[in-house]
Write a protein that binds this ligand. Structure first.
Ligand code: HEC
Length: 154
């Protein structure tokens, strides 16, 4: 194998779990651009409150972690997790669940759609029973042997 490939290949393999997998039909967000959604998640600071795999610095546990989002049955404990409810939630969480700790972020419809499309790719790979990959601490993004545990600081 050429030297460059030897260097680049492991990096590509490391990035694999963060790559967008195709969600099942019921979870596909019509007109949503998952790649743009991932960028928007970083831009809108969702990581200040959420763990979001594939988004650098999105490591906060203030709100619920969003890893394996496509497998989640319920949204905010109240709504079936479908593309439509997810987009509506992202646009206006306070209207859907008044008093929720998730603030309105002023997302436009297309932004909410793109973000929903991205979230629905998380955990969408049926090839792995438990998809690896969850950022755990500052700059500690990447696959971990057990994505359900995080180390305690003390
Ligand atoms: C200030 C903190 C904060 C920010 C910023 C924030 N959220 Fe939230 N989010 C929350 C909290 C708290 C909840 C739980 C709300 C509830 O259950 O009523 C939540 C719930 C959610 C849920 C449903 C989670 C579940 O387990 O049911 C999704 C999806 C979500 N947020 C996505 C986002 C996205 C995407 C962004 C950025 C565009 C974002 N959030 C920004 C605090 C935040």
């Amino acid at each position: 194998m050429p030297r460059l490939a030897r260097r680049v290949l492991p990096v590509l393999l490391l990035l694999l779990p963060a790559c967008d997998a195709e969600p099942p039909a019921a979870q596909r967000v019509a007109g949503g651009d998952a790649a743009r959604g991932r960028t928007l998640v970083a831009q809108h600071g969702c990581g200040a409150c959420h763990v979001v795999p594939g988004v650098a610095g999105a490591t906060s546990w203030a709100g619920p972690p969003l890893h394996e989002w496509s497998r989640r049955g319920w949204l905010a404990g109240r709504f079936p997790n479908t593309p439509a409810t997810l987009v509506a939630w992202l646009r206006d969480p306070q209207a859907m669940s008044p008093g929720s700790a998730m603030p309105d972020l002023g997302l436009a419809e297309d932004e909410a759609r793109d973000i929903a499309a991205f979230l629905m790719t998380l955990g969408a790979s049926r090839a792995e029973p438990v998809p690896a990959g969850m950022p755990l601490g500052p700059n500690a993004g990447g696959p971990r042997p057990d994505p359900r545990l995080r180390p305690r600081d003390g």
